[in-house]
Ligand binder design. Structure first.
Ligand code: SAM
Length: 279
């Protein structure tokens, strides 16, 4: 299958893995990956880097997964819609506030929802995705002079990859996609990181945070995959709890540059770990 150079993440995404790709790639299994699985897809930096022929991908954020599906199946309509969107404060709040009225929001087409999602990502402050307890997007206008609202070339490249490969999308909790995996699959986990105790690390990708219980559940699933002979690699924070949970696995310490968090600061280098059930 032809490798599509320009197929890259179409959203800025907190915790995006672009700059760690060389390190992650070195730590992949040596044998070719027949079935790739990414249960916390986000912007999909690893998916687009590897461009596997068969992939099962998932994210709890249903607006994000809708955008992937629309790029795959209705890219022309999406681009035409985005072309009509303006980079003004008034227009931004008009689009942002569509989710304040559930009747209006549920009447939007998939294309309109995907266009809204991409537009907000390009024009809101720091490209954050943050919703309140009611699921309403609440990041303010970024006031950027010339955001790239319509990156047609990039969107078509993503469309081409998604149509050439067999990429199966799901939106739900990470556990569902793992139940269905065939033996021989490879899983890359990039969950919202466990924050360091005392830090205010950003995990609000959707209205529900990823709690300590979720990390324990994820660890349980890693044990199940290991028993089923399925290889996995996981990125997470460098914290005593993570080190202790995964003490039976291969754990590599790496340094990453943080590019977005909830305050738009915290751009220094941070320690992270890459956990594997193989070497
Ligand atoms: C660190 S980000 C992944 C970033 C991605 N690797 C990239 O390159 O952009 C974590 C993702 O997990 C998703 N998420 C949070 N809780 C989840 C859950 N319970 N199940 C599946 N996905 C979840 C978030 O919506 C977010 O997109």
């Amino acid at each position: 299958m032809e490798y599509i150079e320009n197929a890259r993440p179409f959203v800025k995404w907190a915790g995006g893995k672009r700059q760690l790709l060389p390190t992650l790639t070195e730590l992949l299994p040596k044998e070719p990956i027949s079935v790739y699985c990414e249960p916390f897809l986000g912007g999909g930096a690893m998916l687009f880097h590897l461009q596997p022929e068969v992939a099962f991908v998932n994210d709890l954020n249903s607006e994000l997964i809708n955008a992937y599906n629309v790029i795959k199946n209705q890219a022309d309509a999406l681009i035409e819609t985005l072309k009509t969107y303006e980079n003004t404060k008034e227009f931004f709040y008009e689009i942002r506030n569509l989710d304040r009225d559930l009747q209006i929001f549920s009447a939007l087409t998939e294309v309109q929802r995907a266009a809204r999602f991409i537009y907000l990502n390009r024009t809101c402050f720091n490209g954050l995705y943050r919703v309140n307890q009611k699921g309403q997007f609440n990041v303010s206008f970024g006031n950027y002079p010339a955001p790239n609202i319509v990156n047609a070339e990039g969107l078509y490249a993503v469309r081409d990859y998604l149509n050439r490969a067999q990429v199966h999308f799901m939106s739900g909790d990470f556990a569902y996609i793992l139940e269905q995996l065939p033996c021989g699959a490879f899983v890359y986990f990039d969950p919202p990181y466990l924050p360091d105790i005392g830090s205010s690390s950003f995990t609000a990708y959707n209205s529900k945070c990823f709690s300590m219980m979720d990390h324990i559940r994820l660890h349980w699933w890693c044990e199940q995959l290991t028993k089923r002979g399925i290889k996995f690699m996981q990125s997470n924070s460098y914290t005593p709890i993570i080190a202790s949970l995964y003490s039976c696995y291969d754990v590599q310490l790496v340094q990453a540059r943080r590019s977005i968090n909830c305050n738009g600061d915290g751009r220094g280098a941070v320690n992270e770990v890459i956990i594997r059930n193989y070497i």
